[in-house]
Ligand binder design. Sequence first.
Ligand code: FPP
Length: 249
Amino acid sequence: MTAKQRVVYELPADLDPNRLPKHIAVIMDGNGRWAKRRGWPRTMGHRQGVETLKELLRCCRDWGIEALTAYAFSTENWGRPLEEVDFLMALFERVLMRELREMMEEEVRIQFVGNLNALPTSLQAKIEESRESTRNNHGILFNVATNYGGRQEIIRACQEIASQVQQGQLNPDDIDEVLFEKHLYTAGLSHPDLLIRTSGEMRISNFLLWQMAYAEIYVTDTLWPDFDSSEFHLALCSYQKRDRRFGKV
Ligand code: FPP
């Protein structure tokens, strides 16, 4: 489908366009269960999950959300059966290549967070290609967390900072939140305002631990492949009812 033919999502009338989250993070949980309920292999759930993610990205774009971060693969996901890990790596690669033209047409800027060096080299090449090709696009920022772990990200930042102190380039008294953030994968990106997690689990599962300090959390029992634009609408209605105080009164 080209940009001209595609569905355009209208912002529902009950949503206030001035109070939308700028940055949404999403934990796409429930793909395996969705497939199992249909008697299909888990991998079918991941395939369908890609379609759901595309719809969400379009919706975000049409409704004026600035950034979407999706948790595609965690540092813990290596512990899944080898067959599933291999499937996911191949799926990421295929999707990045297949969707590149459309991302260009729709001005999507894709970025990645996580320890990318540990990914298969062919996937690393596709990641680099898609990031490079879309870097000057002016539309929504689509941030893909791949081999990402919040604890690993924080430790990596500490190591970089400690090394600067050791080399005499940095005084420990100068370490503050602003400096620390510069060493995170997400440097330069706003913090998520809203975290959406599907399939009913009430956890943040090592996702954006630092960045999520004041994110509003929305959990739905809906499994990820079923999370469509009307489910997204419900999440935003819930977000707009929240009173965000950031620790103040
Ligand atoms: C969690 O469901 C889902 C994943 C670990 C993979 C999500 C990845 C995608 C949807 C593909 C995204 C692709 C790109 C290129 C960004 P689960 O398997 O844990 O489900 P379960 O809890 O029901 O077992």
